[in-house]
Design a protein around this ligand. Sequence first.
Ligand code: PBG
Length: 331
Amino acid sequence: MTGAFPAIRLRRSRSASWSRALHRETVLTPADLIWPLFVTEGTGVEEPIGTLPGVSRWSLDGIAARAKEAVSLGIPCVALFPNTPPGLRSADGAEALNRDNLMCRAIRAIRDACGSDVGVLTDVALDPYTSHGQDGLLGPEGQVVNDATVEVLVGQALVQAEAGADIVAPSDMMDGRIGAIRSALEGAGHHNVQIMSYAAKFASAFYGPFRDAVGSSGLLKGDKKSYQMDPANGEEALREVALDLAEGADSVMVKPGLAYLDIIWRVKQQFNVPVFAYQVSGEYALIEAGAAAGAGDRDALLMEKLLAFKRAGCSGVLTYHAPVAARLLGA
Ligand code: PBG
């Protein structure tokens, strides 16, 4: 602090719009956004998701069209999540390893439509493929087993990389999976396939609409607390991040977003690596519901929240509001 009132009047710099622009410390641009997309079977299919107003599942043609839209809006990357048909879900999630599964076909459809104009981020976890809705394989007592799950995740990541994924993003929270996936990618010659680790992913109540979107909510019994983190823990989040970086993650994610801004800030301060926030489905739904209930202006609410992630240190944000935000930013 230099000087004191009245020599210092902080309102001076706020007094005009040009001056506010000049003093602005943080900017949000379309290049900060990653757009999560839900994929479904069929042609010409758009299935609105009831708990995520304004968000739909798209068949491959629609996914390709959304990817083109991302390019035209200046959104650099899309994130894919498949709604696997019920008949292809099994206890071992074997469909995740099928080179022609919905995810792999969606990657290729985007590649065909957009070339390398957009990054394709793929989700590595078994929940869209298992008949029980957990992210991993179950042991004899119904627990999610770690090491056997990691082996399957490695296979899943390789299949996605083979199909053309640019960033594989393990969202499962098994221990040791980043190192195992990195060495398998290196071994298979996928040196430039990035890993964005869901490093600090919390066992959150904000994931409900997503589970509807990928069709796992009706299947899931119990919770994911034996692998996702306790929302009470910050130190442990830093340990998770340290391990994933040591194992070869190119970037790390904190998820959910707004309730964990302190974690984002601490990760950025401590490691100074690219950090991303996932503004998850429940956060999106709350903004939409709040605005619909008259709690505030929807556009202003969503832009303020996205800016908060940049201020906290994020390189970017995964958000279902990506196309809306890009348009509000003038794209
Ligand atoms: C699971 C996964 C989840 C999300 C992304 N990957 C939900 C969960 O852990 O059950 C949530 C994303 C969202 O809520 O928008 N692998």
